[in-house]
Write a protein that binds this ligand. Structure first.
Ligand code: PAF
Length: 288
């Protein structure tokens, strides 16, 4: 069966029926929410989604609600035809590509609040971003009605907040985290990497280098969170082309900074501006 492209909720309902999702057929569906500009990382999400359900839906929607004033909403890469080819090649059954008008009522009032956890780390630099992200993810869940949804671990705070939303709002959807895909030299794949000039790209490598330096120290089992932060920070400080917004060692579930007595998993996360591009990356470490 050919991949179905649905642009509105009626076409989406038709696609669910055509695929035999839910109802008497009982087929299951996994959703990969995206903003398009699909790359190898998204391909891996689609493939992982296929391991969690009978059919895979990919949504392609650049969500205006999660971009702040002065951010890159207008210039965010839009490569829809190429995205469709990626989805078809990876075996997606349906692509849901709504317009902003289809997604948001002009007089909309109610939205999701990410709470305190949405105001730390990435949230401190992008006020309202996580509220907008959670609002669209909940709307996509309600429209697509998946059994599972797959998100990349590169957006670690986003994934933690979506898990929190699923728990706090009793969503009957299993949330699956997928490993970050990296270039051979360590750069985490991102739709925004296409903004980088060759010089920016070299400077951008400082992010993964800093995280790997922290991870290496954590592996010794003898380093404190403070020492790990300082080692990662030194790598970033040595790269003048990377302007750091934050570097934190945090609890992966809450994104609160960990103290020196913390044992178990912690996420070392960084955000930096390289040229005109803002990049984020993280690694998960085991402390103590
Ligand atoms: O990670 C993204 O691409 C977006 O934040 C998401 C989850 C598709 C919501 O717009």
């Amino acid at each position: 069966m050919d991949m179905i492209v649905a642009n509105d909720r009626a076409e989406l309902a038709g696609a669910r029926q055509a695929l035999g999702v839910g109802g008497a057929g009982g087929g299951t569906l996994a959703l990969v929410p995206t903003m398009g500009a699909l790359h190898e990382g998204h391909r891996s999400l689609i493939r992982l989604a296929g391991e969690h359900a009978d059919h895979v839906a990919v949504s392609v929607f650049v969500n205006p609600l999660q971009f702040g004033p002065g951010e890159d909403y207008a210039r965010y890469p839009r490569t829809f035809e190429a995205d469709l080819e990626v989805c078809a090649a990876e075996g997606a059954g349906v692509v849901f590509a709504p317009s902003a008008e289809e997604m948001y009522l002009p007089d909309r009032q109610v939205s999701v609040s990410a709470g305190k956890m949405g105001t730390v780390a990435e949230g401190a630099f992008r006020p309202g971003h996580f509220d907008g992200m959670l609002t669209v993810v909940l709307k996509l869940f309600n429209l697509v009605r998946p059994d599972a949804a797959v998100f990349g671990r590169k957006d670690a705070q986003q994934l933690a907040l979506i898990r929190r939303m699923a728990a706090d709002l009793n969503l009957p959807i299993s949330i699956v985290g997928a490993p970050t895909v990296r270039e051979a030299d360590g750069l985490a794949l991102s739709s925004r990497n296409r903004y980088l000039s060759p010089e920016d790209r070299t400077a951008a490598l400082a992010l993964s280098r800093a995280l790997f330096a922290g991870a290496e120290l954590a592996e010794t089992g003898r380093s404190t969170p403070g020492e790990i932060r300082r080692a990662a920070r030194a790598v970033l400080d040595a790269e003048p082309g990377a302007d750091v917004d934050y570097l934190i060692l945090a609890d992966p579930a809450t994104f609160a900074e960990v103290g020196d007595d913390h044992g178990g998993e912690a996420v070392l996360a960084v955000a930096a501006r390289v040229g005109t591009t803002r990049l984020i990356d993280n690694v998960v470490l085991t402390l103590g």
